[in-house]
Design a protein around this ligand. Structure first.
Ligand code: FAD
Length: 427
């Protein structure tokens, strides 16, 4: 017997959970979230760098992050929000010029971004003691910082559950079917049902590799299958992140985004190696001119680098010492003597869901009466989560974006290159 569900959210990462929470806060009932693995062992929401900033180059991205950071600030203690700023170094003249121009836009949103000339930069950040001649200047945004994404997602989930949202863990969305909407003009379709397979409960750390096998191969071994369900939702919201294309292909929708691996290393650095006056204690995120980013993370330093020629795919392999020695250590040591003899602790890989203009996808999917999406936030999903949740809840509850206007993030924009919203300032 198919289960009828008013609102079905596919994917319980930080975005799906934020949408569920915000919708429930509006008083909407009958919301269910399905996810293969709510522990999120391979979800981007659990594998990210925890950096949060409102300093982007596109107004919709600035506004979504500004609202989300305000929310994080209001819950700073619970979310581990540390307002320590983002320091962005520029070595390319055209990019530096653009950063100065965009600073005016960012400050119009009240972000207080400073432009630092080299002398002031070296005085305030003595850690950056190498290859100084390469750097033309930097921007520093003191209101940005770092957050604990797990605490944020847990907050959304607890709030959603308090308001009656049902989270179905270990449920894999295996199929989706559509039907023509009778009497509608054109070829309008609706999602008629969603098929879900319940998967055997495994080790929460996925030591047996079941979750990884399913998420990379999209197949479920018969022995892992515990049952099947047919869900008949009135409204469906796709929040499957980097796995969205697998679902959309089942209803003949060509996707515009693709999954791309991103790797992060944890680094050990000796306090005695820091230059005079330098400290990690109050440091936020630094984005180097080379594309490397770093911030203090507990007793270590977290450092990431997005390899430009990374092939798309569902790859969670961390390249270990090879990645650290090829991409991370040389860039760290090139800019900061403190990292000359640092050590590689460990690292991991997760997926970005990347669109052609590196901005997200949110809103109704054209051609469908009851299918919506909120996904593909590249390296920005945590820092946009609150605003995306609120905006999508408005759209689902009232039929329009009544709080935050996400119209620029509609997938229709890819029909016309003039409507793309290229976000160049991503890492
Ligand atoms: C290395 C790295 C660094 C990052 N750094 C930052 C940062 O500093 N700041 C920031 O804001 N963002 C950062 N991001 C991006 C951010 O993590 C993502 O944008 C965000 O987590 C996306 O959330 P989501 O809910 O859309 O997707 P996810 O968290 O990936 O959730 C998708 C969910 O869908 C489930 N799923 C998939 N397929 C199925 C299926 N068929 N059936 C059932 N369930 C399914 C998965 O189990 C998963 O739980 C980073 C990402 C990575 C990988």
């Amino acid at each position: 017997m198919p289960a009828r569900i008013p609102v079905l959210i596919l994917g319980g990462g930080i975005i799906g959970t934020a949408v569920a929470w915000a919708l429930a806060e509006r008083g909407v009932t009958g919301i269910e979230v399905v996810d293969l693995d709510l522990a999120g062992v391979y979800a981007s929401s659990e594998l990210n760098a925890g950096g949060v900033r409102a300093t982007w180059w596109q107004p919709v991205n600035i506004e979504c992050c500004r609202l989300t950071l305000d929310f994080f600030r209001a819950h700073a203690e619970g979310f581990g929000f540390r307002q320590r700023g983002y320091l962005w170094l520029y070595g390319d003249a055209a990019l530096w010029q653009r950063a100065l121009e965009k600073r005016a836009l960012q400050n119009a949103f009240g972000l207080d971004v400073e432009a630092l000339e080299p002398f002031e930069l070296w005085t305030r950040f003595p850690l950056l003691d190498r290859a100084r001649e390469e750097i033309l200047g930097a921007t520093f945004s003191p209101r940005d910082g770092l957050v604990n994404p797990n605490a944020v997602r847990a907050f959304y989930r607890a709030g959603a559950e308090r308001r009656g949202v049902v989270f179905r863990n270990r449920h894999y969305v295996s199929g989706i079917a559509t039907a023509r909407v009778a009497g509608a003009a054109g070829a309008l379709r609706r999602v008629s049902h969603v098929d879900v397979i319940e998967v055997a409960r495994g080790d929460p750390t996925d030591a047996d590799g079941t979750v990884r096998e399913i998420l990379t191969s999209h197949r479920i071994a018969p022995a892992a299958q515990r049952g099947e369900l047919r869900l008949e939702p009135e409204t469906v919201v796709n929040c499957l992140g980097a796995w969205s294309s697998v679902l959309l292909a089942k209803i003949g929708l060509r996707d515009v985004a693709e999954p791309v691996r991103r790797q992060i290393s944890l680094v050990d650095v000796h306090a005695s190696d820091l230059p005079a006056g330098a400290s990690f204690e109050r440091l936020g995120m630094i984005v180097d001119a080379s594309g490397l980013y770093l911030h203090p993370e507990g007793p270590h330093v977290l450092a990431g680098y997005s390899t430009p020629d990374e092939a798309p795919g569902f790859d969670f392999g961390y390249d270990g010492d090879a990645f650290f020695e090829r991409e991370i250590w040389p860039r760290l040591a090139h800019r900061m003597s403190a990292f000359e003899r640092c050590g590689h602790v460990r690292g991991w890989a997760g997926l970005y869901d990347v669109t052609p203009d590196c901005s997200g996808l949110a809103g109704a999917i054209a051609g469908f009466s009851n299918l919506f999406e909120a996904r593909s936030f590249t390296g920005r999903g945590v820092m946009q989560s609150y605003a995306i949740g609120r905006a999508m809840a408005g759209l689902l509850a009232t039929g329009r974006f009544d709080e935050v206007d996400l119209a620029p993030l509609s997938r229709d924009r890819f029909d016309d290159p003039a409507r793309w919203i290229p976000e160049d300032l991503h890492i």
